[in-house]
Design a protein around this ligand. Structure first.
Ligand code: KG4
Ligand code: ZN
Length: 353
């Protein structure tokens, strides 16, 4: 029971990922196949197309994860797979694959919640991270502040009332004509370094709401209006823009990023106050999810956390964006507590679900 080997499979959005992790936290392999090209061509995730892309690579991704770990399915203790939240069609590709292997090799299955995986992966990288702790989860689809009281016991302190911060990064990047072959976040982060963050005075969202919720729709609108006011044409890629045009784009990127992150800072500050009233022993704030790979986000939140006497825990960028390791690790955490499903029948028809 104490030396487990778990295969994790993640297909909830646009990446097909698999990894093998040992219960001591050792990552034996990690494989990701990204649909970045599809995303760039269509400007977003189309569920049907994403499903097809997952189906095309899932066998190969899982095989590669096993090969790199020098293991066969027989060596595994269990299979962990993301069961939600996410695009139903896409999730199903991962779950089918997991059940097929589990049925054939008589392995238990652990169904994993995608956001719990983003949270718990911090316990793999930071061995001192004990419950209770706080987590800010920031990605393309989610903006969550939680108090993790214990495994499987989470209190939601705040969530977005409209868009997530990653979605705002991605739209801003698209409107600024940035290279979308990778996601918008890193492109904005890079361009913002050239810009003046004070040049556009965007309003910080939800100032009058004294809670821990988020809103990014209004900031998106402010950014769109600023882009229109400078006559920036997204059809002209930034690489072909004039020097002046490029500098306006950089100013907008920097001003957007400053306010987008200031909103996170303000909400975290209040959430820490709330959390300490519920669980005075909280010492850590985990920041995870794709946007947590942003260096500016990390350094700003580090200041807020320190000022309030806590420590910041940020998994490395490769474990912040969607990956198989976080799913395998969450599987290990649950398996250890006896929370798993028995192996499916070996002859389960593939299209039963
Ligand atoms: O967690 P994730 O890989 O997928 C979801 O579950 O959504 O997060 C993807 C999001 C995208 O919106 C992407 O633009 C954003 O994370 N992102 C970043 C950075 N890297 C990824 N946002 C800002 N700065 C970054 N460096
Ligand atoms: Zn995610």
């Amino acid at each position: 029971q104490d030396d487990l080997l778990v295969l994790g499979i993640e297909t909830s959005c646009d990446d097909t990922a698999a990894a093998v992790v040992r219960s001591n936290g050792e990552i034996l392999s990690q494989v990701i196949s990204s649909q970045a090209d599809l995303l760039a061509r269509y400007g977003g995730v189309a569920p049907k197309m994403a499903e097809e892309a997952h189906s095309q690579v899932i066998d190969q991704v899982v095989q590669e994860a096993l090969d790199k770990a020098n293991l066969s399915e027989r060596d595994l203790s269990a299979i962990a797979v993301t069961i939600g939240p996410g695009l139903g069609l896409c999730l199903r590709v991962g779950v089918r694959k997991a059940r097929k292997i589990a049925g054939r090799f008589n392995l238990p299955i652990v169904g994993v919640h995608h956001m719990e995986a983003h949270t718990l992966v911090a316990r793999l990288t930071e061995k001192d991270l004990q419950f209770p702790f706080m987590a800010l989860l920031i990605s393309g689809g989610h903006n969550l502040l939680i108090l993790a009281c214990d495994l499987g016991h989470y209190i939601q302190l705040g969530t977005t009332i409209d868009d997530a911060i990653g979605e705002a990064y991605d739209k801003t990047a698209k409107w600024l004509g940035l290279d979308m072959r990778r996601s918008g976040g890193p492109a904005i982060e890079e361009l913002a370094q050239e810009g003046d963050a004070k040049s556009f005075k965007f309003a910080t969202p939800m100032k009058q709401h004294k809670d821990c919720n988020f809103s990014y729709a209004g900031l998106k609108t402010q950014v769109r209006l600023a882009i229109e006011s400078r006559n920036i044409n997204a059809a002209i890629p930034i690489s072909s823009a004039s020097i002046q045009d490029r500098s306006s784009r950089a100013d907008i990127a920097a001003s957007f990023q400053r306010v987008a992150v200031l909103h996170l800072e303000e909400r975290c500050e209040r959430a820490i106050e709330w959390a300490l009233k519920i669980e005075p022993s909280v010492k850590y704030l985990v920041v995870s999810g794709g946007v947590a790979s942003n260096q500016y986000v990390r350094s700003q939140l580090d200041q807020v956390v320190k000022k309030n006497g806590l420590h910041l825990v940020c998994p490395p960028p490769s474990l912040c964006t969607d990956n198989g390791v976080m799913v395998a690790w969450t599987g290990i955490e649950h398996y250890r507590m006896g929370r798993f499903d028995p192996p499916p029948p070996a002859d389960e028809p593939e299209d039963f679900m």
